[in-house]
Design a protein around this ligand. Structure first.
Ligand code: SF4
Length: 327
């Protein structure tokens, strides 16, 4: 079943404006990034340039994050001017006005304003000051308000594993917004059933807790059930899918039709599981084989599992650096 027939929603994502929207970098450049460009037609985007928004103009002399008077500040070395207070005030107001259910953020890497984890933070305003790695001022506000949402930058999104995790999370949160919009227990039950194997990859304990929320033995009203489910879902998605969990999931799914398979087919499957365990093949090999068998044996519950396509297949790109696993 496709997303439109289920009434699913497109993810809503904030993207730093210089990532393909406007020549607003300090040197009037724009960043063309293939991953971000591929995603744009499939999401609803809020984009902004914090430095332009506080009136720095373009082109402009660059700014840097410095420690100053016991706090982080934004210094423009060429003019000696500090913009930290302006940036912090603007960022706080902007972030507070974003949709409360925004699904994720793609921030410009290493930017003293937008960067969220790889920004040079100078020890002082002095030109010869050394630097540590920290957060840009706008990025810090995003983290403060939305630490429970998927946040990435265009640099990290070139890694297959990180990109897969980010895309899976934003599309899952968008699917859940459709459940919130429907405000029906039937929609929640269906969502949980379709995401069962997918959530098992991330966090078995959280998946079971979410199941209890859906079971709702205490007969809580939906207005309490949905926020509780969202909080648990966000916690689950903040984790890293475990490759050992994927093996459990595929072996469990395989058990559903193994009696119908020949001895050679079973041996072939177990052989692939071992190859996956040894990091010689990607998860998609196992998943595609299982999906084919699910079609053959008409396993509709399995065919409906989000695990097989947590985000649109058109966004899958394997020509990048992400060959390894981070779990
Ligand atoms: S990184 Fe952020 S502040 Fe810098 S140009 Fe891009 S959008 Fe503007």
């Amino acid at each position: 079943m496709n997303s439109s027939s289920r009434g699913e929603l497109r993810p809503c994502v904030f993207i730093s404006r210089c990532l393909g929207y406007e020549r607003c970098r300090w040197n009037a450049e724009i960043i063309d990034d293939a991953c971000v460009e591929a995603l744009k037609p499939r999401v609803d985007v809020v984009h902004e340039c914090p430095e332009m928004a506080i009136g720095l103009g373009c082109p402009r002399d660059p700014v840097r994050v410095v420690r100053h008077d016991g706090d982080l500040d934004l210094l423009q070395p060429a003019s000696g001017a500090f913009f930290g207070a302006n940036m912090r005030e603007w960022s706080r107001a902007f972030v507070e006005n974003l949709p409360a259910d925004i699904d994720g953020f793609i921030l410009k890497s290493r930017s003293p304003s937008c960067g969220w984890k790889d920004v040079k933070v100078y020890h002082s305003p002095a030109s010869d000051s050394g630097a540590a790695i920290g957060t840009g001022l706008f990025g810090a506000e995003v983290l403060r308000r939305f630490s429970n949402r998927p946040i990435e930058d265009e640099g990290r999104l070139r890694n297959f594993s990180l990109r897969e995790r980010f895309l899976s999370a934003i599309f899952t949160l968008a699917r859940f917004r459709a459940v919130e919009a429907a405000a029906s227990i039937a929609a929640l039950v269906e969502f949980h059933a379709r995401h069962k194997y997918f959530l098992l990859l991330y966090n078995q304990k959280e998946m079971r807790a979410l199941g209890s929320i859906v079971g709702n033995l205490e007969k809580k009203p939906l207005r309490e059930v949905l926020p509780a489910y969202r909080a648990g879902l966000e916690r689950a998605l903040a984790g890293t899918p475990k490759f050992s969990s994927l093996i459990n999931v595929v072996e469990h799914a395989f058990g559903g039709f193994s009696d119908s398979l020949s001895r050679e087919e079973k041996r072939y499957f177990m052989n692939l599981v071992e190859q996956y365990r040894d990091e010689r093949i990607p998860a998609s090999v196992l998943l595609n084989l299982l999906y084919g068998w699910a079609i053959r044996f008409g396993e509709s519950y399995l065919l409906d599992q989000v695990l097989f396509a947590p985000y649109p297949l058109e966004l899958v790109r394997i020509t990048d650096s992400g060959k390894g696993r981070d779990s």
